[in-house]
Design a protein around this ligand. Structure first.
Ligand SMILES: NC(=O)c1ccc[n+]([C@@H]2O[C@H](COP(=O)([O-])OP(=O)(O)OC[C@H]3O[C@@H](n4cnc5c(N)ncnc54)[C@H](O)[C@@H]3O)[C@@H](O)[C@H]2O)c1
Length: 327
């Protein structure tokens, strides 16, 4: 079994590689060629914790995977991550576990890559300005994914704590300087989005994080943060202006995300306004962007096939490069 930590993973794959892996994963889930049983959760009430097991299998990849991610909210009090995670990759022919990968890195990369894949497929070609709302754990890879699929001149970033916002922008300027975009702290979320061609929301907010009327024609919005039915970070005001609403996987989004469930329940949108899944666009079953003026909303909650395809690719590249530790 090969053990792969964050540094080793990042030394063998680029964000662009994972964007392509996510596209494969989204086509599989839309075509029904990957088995993704419901995730299993076991509670640890004494610690207010939950162990989550997310399995998947694809014959076409000759691989299965299980992501184990635990949510233990008191961990940070002990200086530990709140959501430690690992991905186990299994050989599809023998059932052997062939690799264990740092699950936080795989999650951050494949989640960023979902926005990257959506922008690559749904955004207009000529995008110059980006906006990123949220500067937490997922945010760096979201920003990189946005930068790697379109040549942006600047990205406005917003989060509520000014000091953390400025520190985040400073760090990103150092780490993502090769993309040549200015990375700037915005005064507020509305200022961040009003001139943007690409917008990402990646927050834990339970209420909308920007005014949807500020979104300009032609914008593509990727909503990443919401995963509970009663919470939403996307302002429903933008939805009637959007010509298309596309999901990473429509069934999953409609069981989890308040970004769409709340406006569906109050009649702001109807089910037929949600065209389908990104894989359906890739395979031509539904239309993607048809003009540069359309506003398109992409909603993702994450699917286990992303972990599977990303882990398989990372493993193969690590084998070829001799990276990682054999156990
Ligand atoms: N779609 C997916 O596949 C996927 C995968 C992983 C995580 N997530 C979700 O993404 C979200 C963000 O994850 P993270 O690890 O970056 O979280 P985090 O806790 O590290 O950061 C949360 C960020 O949200 C910001 N925020 C919270 N409320 C806000 C508000 N009202 N206005 C503006 N900003 C606000 C915080 O300031 C912070 O920057 C979580 O809800 C997580 O569950 C989604």
């Amino acid at each position: 079994m090969l053990l792969l930590n964050e540094k080793e993973i990042k030394s063998v794959v680029s964000m662009r590689d994972i964007v392509e892996a996510d596209k494969t994963a989204f086509r599989m889930i839309a075509n029904g060629t990957v088995e993704v049983p419901l995730r299993t959760g076991i509670k640890a009430p004494a610690h207010e914790g939950t162990f989550l097991f997310m399995p998947s299998y694809a014959a076409s990849e000759a691989a299965a995977a299980v992501k184990i991610i635990s949510v233990f909210p008191h961990n940070p009090e002990m200086g530990l991550e709140a959501c430690p995670a690992q991905v186990l990759l299994l050989d599809g022919k023998t059932g052997y576990i062939v690799a264990m990968l740092d699950g936080s890195t795989v999650t951050r990369m494949r989640t960023g890559a979902a926005s990257g894949a959506a922008f690559d497929i749904l955004a207009k070609k000529d995008c110059r300005v980006g906006a990123l709302i949220g500067t937490g754990g997922q945010a760096p890879e979201q920003l990189e994914a946005m930068l790697c699929v379109r040549k942006l001149e600047k990205v406005w970033v917003y989060s509520r704590n000014r000091e953390r916002l400025e520190a985040f922008c400073e760090k990103m300027r150092e780490e993502l300087g090769q993309y040549g975009a200015e990375i700037l702290p915005a005064e507020n979320a509305d200022q961040a989005v009003e001139d943007a061609d690409l917008v990402i929301t990646v927050t834990t907010s339970s209420v909308p994080v920007f005014d949807g009327t500020k979104i300009k024609p032609g914008c593509t919005i990727s909503c990443v943060g919401t995963y509970e039915p009663e919470k939403h970070e996307l302002d429903p005001a933008v939805l009637p202006r959007a010509s298309k609403i596309i999901c990473d996987f429509k069934d999953a989004v409609l069981s989890e995300s308040g970004d769409l469930l709340i406006p569906l329940a109050d009649g702001t949108i109807k089910d037929s306004d949600i065209q389908g899944s990104l894989g359906d666009v890739m395979d031509g079953r539904i239309k993607g962007r048809e003009s540069d003026d359309e506003i398109i909303v992409f909603e993702s909650v994450g699917v286990a096939s992303q972990d599977l395809v990303a882990a398989k690719l990372i493993y193969e590249k690590a084998l070829a490069a001799g990276a990682g530790t054999e156990w």
